[in-house]
Structures are given as structure tokens and as C-alpha cells.
Design a protein. Structure first.
Lengths: 318, 318
């Protein structure tokens, strides 16, 4: 099969071996996939990942149990043991023995075929296009923010970063009716937020008064975290959505002095994400910068890394 | 008056000008004071503080309103405006215009006399000695931990750091009946924790299984924070008690991946602290390494900076 593989460097391979499904797993023929900032970080060395990249994809079940055969699906990325303390305490996404599709110890979906646990599958409603379905995983991650801070109408909230994740988080937060601002550097991306009714401010025009109840850092940079620290009020919260690949650290003295709560946030509910896409609470189509045929995947990754890019899709049928 | 003053360097001054109380303030004649790690950090440049050091002290009100005259008192350190958004929202300790006694914009209590707002005073019960009363401020800071995590009997908790603050936090947490461990490097200090019924482990003998519900970092170092990150379970909490003077940063990627909550914690309730000392829930006397006459304050600061030291007191009457 064809696959985008990270070995010592990133390689498009036309004849990669097909995956062999394990116990409880099925084969999914990938239709379309999305490139995430995490993919770009993995290429930079994050997680020391080696294998087939890709954790945002939609496909059709090609082999597996009868109940799933032929169904169009998206796939949760944490593959868990169901036996460790985390799994048994209801925190399976933090399974001690987990592999993570295309991120940690398991091949991903930038390929014609991917093997995944059937337990991780969610059927995609007919009303969602393949392009929309690719966004289920990052929209789920955006929804996780809501479980980590009690957003209400009077909440003064800011999303730092108007990139792929920031624009999704902004749309999810907008539904809560909170007093929301998105901060970014790219006018075109900020305009997308404004079109969804979210106030958008260029970082150069931002005045930091340390008066926001909560700041969601989707910047993917230590500078973004420092900006969040200047925006948040004493006793406020910073929800940290993005990892930084580098070792560059942040100074936490102000966290203590101002008694800030910093909470990390990762994967979220696919069910909530699918529902949100169906009812168009989150509109993802304007975020698609370009769709590449799969044999140009290496080029697509390079384009995804450009400042002006939002979501880059890979189309396995082209 | 005599005072320990931080100018370009630390100086003992025998003829420092007496403080002049402002509106609502009174003069306190200091009886005894304690040296805190924050004092040592201030000398290293933290907060760019200039003036009389000292924020842990007990004294007698020498001038002020009749209600307070002659009373033995301790003093809350945040001097607040009562008019800003923080004060009006019940977060006066985070007042936008605050000064902090001996830490930020206001002279402290390493002196014969200190001027403080009467609103900040708490009378010391007769059953507490001066030595115990000096600990009210740090014990209050230790109590603040309880308001930032819901410790219960099944909570698996660790205090990182067996220094001045760590041993106070450990005693406060022990009262909740949680499953408590203190981690440190100094055998004598760990023994003090054990004498209070708290399990103590040397850092070299510690096995990190990422299975603690909450870790309170009292280490005062980025290394302590990194140890806390290895101890805490996914979705667990780190309560950060100590600032580090240096610019050395910490890597927050694992906070995101493991969805850790990091919450900064600073000053706490003097009333709770006084009550705890009265009922001997917190025993501070074994933590006193040495008491210096005040004219040897510079030497006392040097001794406080030694690894083996716990609390160093300054006695203004000697």
C-alpha cells in the first residue's frame, strides 16, 4: 500500500507493507486524512515516533466484524488495555499501556489502510462529508476544553492562537455564550473567527490587563503561554491545549504569585464532536487551505508547516 | 532604629530611620522574626525589592488606634486598596495596587519598628509563644494548600521538599488523614516529618510510578517540579508553593499529554494558622535551627541559606 512514513526522515512509500490487524482490530481503507500540528512536531522529533503518521482520518471498514464492515468511520486515537489502574478508574485515554494511532507506538492513517481497534470506531452520519469527518478528532480535542473549565455567559475568555486548533476551540467556546476573544497574528485566520461571530484581535493590538477569567493556549509556543500569563487574571485559569516540541521552558513564578491554575487538555469526546459538526455548531470547511492527492503527501506536509496554512487534507482517492 | 536592609547588597543598619505610619496604619515594635526562603530569593534579585526585609514576625502595637495599643500581634503581608476589581471580587490578596510587607514596595519586619495597616493585624493568643507566633505567616501559606485541592482520606499525596515550607505543608496535610509522603534530601529534616507521623522518603530511594493524586511542590527548584511531574498521575494535580528566583524554565509538554492541573498557591488564612498552632496540629518548635540576636542578622541570613538549616529566627530583644 501507499503510506507516509517517518523513519530517519519523512518518506512517501508506494509499496509499504499492509497492516495486519491484531485481536479486536479491523482494517480501515482511508478515504481522506488531515495534517495536524502534532504531525509536524513528530517530524521534528516529538515522541521519537517512527512509523506511518496520521491520526485524523475518515475511512471505510474493509475487514473486521460483520457489524462494522462497509461502514464509514472515524477512529479514536488512544488504543487502551482496559486492565490498568487508569482504564479501571474511567481514565482510559490515559491508559498506562496505550498506543496512540500515528503518534505513539502504532501506525497511523496517512496510508491506504490502517489497522485500529473496533472499540475505537465511530460511524460517520451521512450528513457529514469526508472533509468534515476528518475534523472529528481535532473538534473532539477542542470540546475537551469545556470539561476542564466551567465556561458560562459571564466568563471572560481568550483563545491564544488562530491556527487550526485555535479556530476550532474558539467555535466550541462561542457556543457557551462566553465573552470570547481570539488572539492571533494572521489577518486571514482572524477574519475566519470573525465570520463565526467571535471577536478577533491581532496580537500587536492587544492590551494585556490580566483580567481574563480563562485563557486557552492553542499557540503551540512558549511565547503563547507567556502571553496567556499576561492576559489571565489572578486566580484565573490557563487551559493548555498544545505541546511544544522544543525543550524551551517557561517560568512558573507568576503562576504561584497570582495563584493561576494551568490545566493540560488533550483528547475529547468523538460523540460530542460528531454532533457539533452535524448541527454546524462548528464550521470546518472554510478552514481547509488545500487538498492534496496522497502521492504528494510530503509536499502537503511542507505546505501545512507554512504560517499562512490552516488545514491541509490528503485525498487517498486522487 | 536597627534594620536589615536590602540595597545593592544586604546591610545591617544600626541607625535606619523609623517608619512613619500612613493613614490606617500603626507602628509595631517587633519582638521576633523568622527568615523565609523568599527572603533569600529577594537578596538574589527576586522582585527587585529594595528596603527592609522581613514578612514573618510578631510584635507589640506601639502606636495606632486605642483598640490595638499594647497588643501582641502578627500581620498579614498583603496591604490592599479595597477598591480595585480584585478587592471588590473578594480576592484582596491579589489587589492590583497591593504592596507586600518586606517583599514588594513596603518595608518589612526585620527591624525594631514596622508600620503596617491595622486591618492586617491579628492578635496572638497568650498560649502561643513568640517563637510559635513567628510561624503564623508560613503556616497560613501551608493552609492555603487545602483550599486548592480537596484532600480526603483516600487521597494519595506527596510533598516534594522537606524544608521550612515542606514540613509545615506536610503537617497541615496530615490532619486531613490523606495517604501522605514527604520526599527530601536531608535525613534530619525527614526525621522531623516522621516524628509527626508522616511517611518520609529520601529522594534517592523514591520510585516514581506516576500514581499520586496530588503532589505539593515545596522544593523551590525546577528539579522539584520535574520530580512532581514524574510522581503525579494522569489527570492529577500539582500544587506549586514556591517560586524559583531563577529564569530556569520547565517543560510543560507532559502537563498537556497527561492533562495535569498545576495550581499556584501563595498566602493563606492567619485565623486558620493561629488556630492550628494553638491546638498543636502544627508543631513548629523542632523546626527552629537557631535564634540569632538581631545585630547578627546578616550572619543569620547566611546560616538560613545553608542546606541543613530549617527556620532561623531573629530575636530583637537580644
Amino acid at each position: 500500500m501507499r503510506a507516509l512514513v517517518l523513519e530517519k526522515k519523512l518518506q512517501y512509500q508506494a509499496n509499504h507493507p499492509d497492516p495486519k490487524p491484531g485481536e479486536g482490530e479491523c482494517l480501515v481503507r482511508v478515504l481522506m486524512a488531515g495534517i495536524c500540528s502534532t504531525d509536524l512536531q513528530l517530524v521534528q522529533g516529538y515522541m521519537q515516533f517512527r512509523g506511518v503518521l496520521g491520526h485524523e482520518f475518515v475511512g471505510v471498514v474493509e475487514s473486521g466484524s460483520a457489524a462494522w464492515l462497509g461502514k464509514r468511520v472515524v477512529c479514536e486515537i488512544n488504543c487502551v488495555c482496559r486492565g490498568c489502574d487508569m482504564c479501571l478508574s474511567g481514565l482510559a485515554n490515559h491508559c498506562r499501556k496505550r498506543t496512540v494511532v500515528g503518534i505513539d507506538g502504532r501506525d497511523g492513517g496517512f496510508a491506504d489502510l490502517v489497522s485500529v481497534p473496533e472499540a475505537n470506531l465511530h460511524e460517520v452520519p451521512d450528513t457529514l462529508s469526508d472533509e468534515q469527518a476528518v475534523f472529528v478528532e481535532p473538534v473532539a480535542a477542542a470540546y475537551q476544553t469545556l470539561s476542564q473549565y466551567p465556561f458560562v455567559a459571564k466568563t471572560k475568555a481568550t483563545v491564544v492562537g488562530s491556527g487550526r486548533l485555535g479556530l476550532l476551540v474558539a467555535q466550541v467556546l462561542a457556543e457557551t455564550g462566553c465573552q470570547l476573544t481570539v488572539v492571533g497574528r494572521n489577518e486571514a485566520k482572524l477574519l475566519l473567527a470573525e465570520k463565526r461571530g467571535v471577536q478577533a484581535v491581532h496580537v500587536d493590538e492587544l492590551i494585556c490587563r490580566a483580567d481574563h477569567d480563562v485563557v486557552v493556549d492553542c499557540s503551540g509556543s512558549p511565547e503563547g503561554f507567556e502571553l496567556a500569563m499576561r492576559l489571565v487574571r489572578p486566580r484565573g485559569s490557563i487551559v493548555l491545549k498544545s505541546t511544544f516540541a522544543g525543550e524551551q521552558g517557561v517560568n512558573l513564578a507568576a503562576v504561584v504569585v497570582n495563584e493561576i491554575t494551568v490545566v493540560g487538555s488533550r483528547c475529547g469526546s468523538f460523540t460530542e464532536a460528531i454532533n457539533a459538526l452535524v448541527r454546524e455548531a462548528v464550521e470546518v470547511r472554510p478552514m481547509i487551505t488545500q487538498t492534496f492527492p496522497f502521492d504528494r503527501a510530503v509536499e502537503a506536509m511542507a505546505v501545512a508547516g507554512r504560517r499562512e496554512s490552516l488545514k491541509i487534507l490528503l485525498d487517498m482517492r486522487r
